[in-house]
Design a protein. Sequence first.
Length: 276
Amino acid sequence: MAVTTTSNVIIPEVLAAMISAEIPGQLALAGSDAVTVLDNLKGGPGNAIKIPRWGTIGDFTEVAEGNAMPVVNIAATAATATVKKFARGVEVTDEALLASYDDPLKEVARQFARYAARAADRELITAAEASTLLHTAPATITLNDIIDAIGKWNDASVNISGLVVHSKVYRDLIKLSEFKTLTQKADQVIEKGVVGMVYGVPIRVSDAITTVAGSPNTYRNLLLKKSALGLWYQRNMNVETERDTIKRTTVITADSIFATAMFQDNPLPVVKLVTQ
C-alpha cells in the first residue's frame, strides 16, 4: 500500500501558504438543476433497485348527459438502477504530518469531496446516455442543431436545464453570433457552471462528456430537462480514519454509495446531441 512520507510533502524553508492541488475537469451534471438528489436509497452495493414511474391516464373525454364516464387505471412502470460504491484511501506517516507546513490530511479530505462528486458525475452521464432521443449534427454544432434537438420533445419542450458540451464544442459555440455571454445583474441568479446561453438554453462545459475517437472525433453532448436525473444516496461521503500505532501512520478512507437513473420515460428528459 502506498504511504505518504516526508519525501512526498514540502518541508518549508520559508513560510508560504501551501496551494491546494487543482483537480482537473469540470463537473457536467452533479450540482446542476438537471439532477434531483435524494437520500432514501435502500439496498447495498451491487443490488438492483427499481425506480417507479407513473404512467398517464390519458385525456379527458366528453361525456353526454346521463352516460357513464370512462374509468381507467393508472399503472406504474419501474426503471432499474444498480447501487454502486466508490472509495479511496490514503496513508500518511507521522513524520510527514510533522514536517509539512500544511496539513496533508486536510488536503486529502478536500480532494475526497471533489473526486466523490466526479464519480457521481460519471454515473449520471452514463444514466443520461441511456436516452434514445438523438440528434446528430452533420458537422460542427449550429443553432439549427440545438433547435432540432429541442424539437425532439415536440410540445413538451419546457423546463430545460441546459446543454452540456465538450470544450471543443464550446469553442465552436462561442463563434456563433447567437451565443450570449452571461453578465451578472443585481436581480439575476446565474447557476454555477453556466458559461453562456444559446437560444435561451444555458450552456455548461465539461470534458467528462463522452468523446468517440475518429476522423474527426465526435462528442455526445447532452440536452437535459430540469430534474431529468435522480441521484439516490445510500451513504454520501463517509470518511473514517484509523491509526496504525506500530508504524505511526494515519489511514484516512472515504466511500460513497449511490445509484443513478433517469426520472421519466414519457417523454425521455435527455436528448443526445452528437456533433463533431
